[in-house]
Design a binder for this molecule. Structure first.
Ligand code: UT7
Length: 332
């Protein structure tokens, strides 16, 4: 099967910066606790702009970088687990706002693994010659789902969007995706509906308490230690699996862009894989965890710095709520 070419990248990062000291103003926490345990110094937060605005800005940046117009886009796939609307899909809002009137649209949600999922789907459409140009956007406003009294979680997350424009190529492409639904309670955000359904008197019982352990309303809930343990193995397994499938060993990779959840998770997985740390790109220090936007934001940082060169063997690997995991090895 043929591969894909990244013809453009883009990103949007909100202006407002919350460094670790800002969290000490309202939580019993400190830079001394956060930085050594996570690798995070600061994260960006979108105070006034909705998620789809960030996605549009990243999309426009990627189209400009690719040198094509929005009307050239045949398909928009958006990855988000923090949408502004249950429906329509965010890809439709982006289509309208950037003027991509010839594009089909849908969203995917595999949480932090979402960019890998979206690129993998894009690859299938491109390889089948169904579409010529696919825009993949990963846009996340994690600040909208944080309980800012939960110091073990809220300090990890930020807001941002990244985008890529993809076309078919004859270069190497291999992917792997997995999920462990049994582990879903390790990381979730439950939707709480406000209902006026006349058929059930106890609305709370009908809608909200069917899973009675899920107490927090519309907030991210996680068992940090369980996710940590899962992540180290999931990342190394995902890379090993895709590496075997395409015959490129981890040592032969030129560049690895992992999901930016915790610097210690990345370091441990890298060590297990025997990959030299200089090949592994991280931006968690200044971005925090921006879920599925982590990888495309990093990709754009590297691309704009001239570091995504033709022929490079790139590996992207992610994990997240689900619990899901996935990886791609491709020749750029
Ligand atoms: O995209 C995927 C998203 N999720 C993840 O990747 C999460 C992966 N997990 C982690 O990164 C780590 O588990 C955390 C950074 C979330 C937490 O680190 P930890 O070393 O597992 O800490 P812990 O939850 O076991 O807590 C240890 C102590 C506790 O105090 P006591 O009970 O020992 O007195 C916590 O209350 O640290 C305390 N603590 C904090 N203290 C200061 C937890 N969060 C903080 C904080 N500041 N922000």
């Amino acid at each position: 099967m043929s591969g894909i070419e990244i013809i453009g990248t883009g990103r949007y990062v909100p202006e407002f910066i919350a460094d670790n000291d800002k969290f000490s103003e309202f939580l019993d926490t400190s830079d001394e606790w956060i930085f050594p345990r996570t690798g995070i110094k600061q994260r960006h937060i979108s105070a006034d702009k909705p998620n789809y605005y960030m996605g549009c800005e990243a999309a426009k940046d990627a189209l400009k970088n690719a040198g094509i117009s929005a009307e050239d886009v045949d398909l928009i796939i958006v990855s988000t687990c923090t949408p502004d609307f249950f429906y329509p899909a965010m890809s439709c809002l982006i289509q309208k706002n950037i003027g991509a009137k010839n594009a089909s649209c849908f969203d995917v949600n595999s949480a932090c693994t979402g960019f890998i999922t979206a690129v993998d789907i894009a690859h299938k459409f491109l390889a089948a010659d169904k579409y010529k140009t696919v825009l993949v956007v990963a846009s996340e406003k994690l600040s909208s789902q944080q309980d800012y009294t939960d110091r073990a979680s809220c300090i990890l997350f930020g807001d941002a969007a990244g985008a890529v424009v993809l076309r078919r190529s004859e270069k190497l492409f291999s992917s792997f995706m997995g999920a462990e639904g049994d582990e879903f309670e390790a990381l979730y955000c439950k939707v709480h509906y406000e209902s006026n359904c006349p058929f059930f008197k106890d609305e709370d019982e009908f809608y909200n308490n069917r899973f009675d352990t899920f107490a927090k309303k519309n907030y991210l809930v996680q068992d940090g230690k369980a996710v940590y343990k899962f992540a180290v193995n999931a990342m190394s397994n995902a890379v090993n699996t895709v590496s075997k499938a395409c015959g490129v060993s981890p040592e032969e990779l030129d560049l690895v862009i992992p999901h930016q959840a915790n610097l210690r998770i990345i370091a441990k997985a890298t060590e297990l894989l025997g990959i030299s740390p200089e090949k592994v790109y991280t931006n968690i220090e200044h971005m925090g965890n921006v879920s599925s936007a982590c990888i495309p934001v990093a990709l754009d940082e590297l691309n704009k710095a001239g570091k995504i060169t033709s022929g490079l063997k790139l590996c992207m690997v992610g994990f997240g709520a689900g619990l899901t995991y996935g990886s791609i090895i491709m020749e750029v």
